[in-house]
Ligand binder design. Structure first.
Ligand code: UDX
Ligand code: UDX
Length: 458
């Protein structure tokens, strides 16, 4: 079959892989190629052992792979052949130099831009899929356009709003697709070309076009708003623990107001994931660089509150276990930053595990999908740490369980059986409020939920 367009995506990660799989699935008239510098990753995309776990993803990949979806490491040739290039390489927070700990490290993006120039022979549309600081497109456009070949590259910002664990569903039924372009004739034309991809399956009224800067900033602001809701409810969970209020009752009562709603209002051990913290710190950095210190401080508190919530959870474990956990066997139930993913980036589990190891606890880490990443996160520190996918085996001989991730399978465990194999007194710290606390107490556990009175037998 002759394809009407060649689409390339550079970066086969959590964003690039699933997004391209769905584009290929929904646009059989386009050829979609995904390239990455990481050979092993590409090898796994070409197998049935995909490098990331996402419900429904394997089916989507299998349906399109080899027909119009290809994974490859042949970056130069793929660039030459492409009409449209999505760039979805990682942009972690800088760990060095100016803006360290705050600004995004754009070295992969810039290197990619230079590669695009080097291997292009005709005009192309370049689409920012990575979340980038506002006005990056402008800088990239400069690198791309100041090329001696005199090729025109039109830069489009098309931020991705998919959440891990529901990526396939979010891609199939997005709330909106955002396309930012230069407000010029060629910019509008490029935006139309990108909109035409999504129009294969997304209702046209959900495709929003804006200027480049608004699209870039909207992504940061959307994530900042979502994270802010979590920090807000987590702040109140601390107050609940000092009073007789119950955070779940408050979430329900407050969320019942249609203007507020029930999403992102569940107290937790803290938000994780590759985006929230990075994007807010980016926003903070931009605001500071424009002298908007009050605005910067306001958003920075969202991140500080998140760190406070994790610290509070850890301190509670230590305090309630009689101020010493040396040699005590503690099970972390979950390690992924949220349910339905194996991703552990910025997971509160990493913080809690490291601190418990500092206190010389004997750790058991139990997660249905994230053990491979947990091992990498704790490499060098994990002497004696047990990684165990089976919760019943993990609990044998343990003194405490700390719930880190809200996996459904944890809600359905037989806690009577678990209690019977644990040492007594047995403790449960529910960092997600997913368990039936009254029932656990009746079984014999000492139960410490978040933002609710504890239930103890002492
Ligand atoms: C990335 C960005 O980190 C994030 O800011 C943005 O919102 C979406 O894209 P993600 O897909 O989760 O997020 O990153 P990751 O899973 O690390 O994937 C990036 C991929 O790019 C990796 O597979 C990496 O090997 C690849 N890469 C990186 C290249 O192919 N070339 C490079 O020069 C650098
Ligand atoms: C987020 C955005 O939702 C998505 O639109 C963007 O493209 C990328 O960043 P993601 O980080 O994958 O997606 O997951 P999300 O569902 O937003 O959860 C982030 C964190 O918040 C998780 O650690 C989750 O457990 C936590 N969370 C979420 C809470 O603690 N309480 C809630 O009520 C909701």
């Amino acid at each position: 079959m002759k394809f009407t367009k060649n689409i390339l995506c550079i970066g086969a990660g959590y964003v690039g892989g699933p997004t391209m799989a769905i584009i290929a699935l929904k646009c059989p008239d386009y050829k979609v190629t995904v390239v990455d510098v990481n050979e092993e990753r590409i090898g796994r995309w070409n197998s049935d052992d995909l490098p990331i776990y996402e419900p429904g993803l394997l089916n989507a990949v299998q349906a399109a792979r080899g027909k119009n979806l290809f994974f490859s490491t042949a970056i130069p040739e793929s660039i030459t052949d492409a009409d449209i290039i999505f760039v979805s390489v990682n942009t972690p927070t800088k760990t060095f130099g100016l803006g360290a700990g705050m600004a995004s490290d754009l070295q992969h993006w810039e290197k990619t831009a230079h590669q695009i120039v080097a291997y292009s022979e005709r005009p192309k549309i370049i689409v920012e899929k990575s979340t980038l600081p506002v006005r990056t497109a402008e800088a990239m456009e400069r690198i791309l356009s100041e090329n001696i070949k005199n090729i025109h590259f039109e830069v489009i910002s098309n931020p991705e709003f998919l959440a891990e664990g529901s990526a396939v569903k979010d891609l199939l039924e997005p709330d909106r697709v955002l396309i930012g372009s230069q407000q010029t004739e060629s910019g509008f034309e490029a935006a139309r070309v990108i909109a035409a991809i999504y129009a294969h399956w997304v209702p046209i009224e959900k495709i929003i076009t804006t200027n480049l800067w608004s699209a870039e900033l909207s992504k940061l602001v959307a994530n900042a708003f979502l994270a802010q809701r979590i920090s807000s409810i987590n702040a109140i969970s601390a107050l609940c623990e000092k009073t007789d209020a119950d955070i779940s009752e408050i979430s329900f009562a407050v969320g019942s107001d249609k203007r507020i709603g029930f999403d992102f209002i569940n107290a937790s051990i803290g938000f994780g994931g590759s985006c929230f913290k990075k994007d807010i710190l980016n926003l903070v950095y931009i605001c500071r660089s424009y002298g908007l210190n009050e605005v910067a401080d306001y958003w920075e508190m969202v991140v500080k509150m998140n760190a406070y919530q994790q610290e509070r959870f850890l301190r509670k474990i230590i305090k309630e276990m009689f101020n010493t956990i040396v040699g005590k066997k503690i099970v972390l139930l979950g390690f992924a930053f949220k349910a339905n993913t194996g991703d552990t980036r910025e997971s509160p589990g990493i913080f809690v595990a490291k601190k418990l190891l500092d206190e010389r606890a004997a750790l058991v880490i139990c997660d249905p999908q994230a053990l491979e990443n947990a091992r990498k996160d704790l490499a060098g520190l994990d002497d004696g740490v047990i990684y165990e996918a089976d919760p019943y085996r993990a609990a044998a001989g343990a003194q405490a369980i700390a719930v880190i991730t809200e996996w459904d399978v944890f809600k359905k465990l037989d806690f009577e059986k678990i209690f019977n194999v644990m040492q007594k007194p047995a403790f449960i710290f529910d960092g997600r409020n997913i368990l039936d606390h009254r029932r656990l107490f009746e079984i014999g556990f000492n139960v410490f939920p978040l933002g609710k009175p504890s239930l103890t037998h002492f």
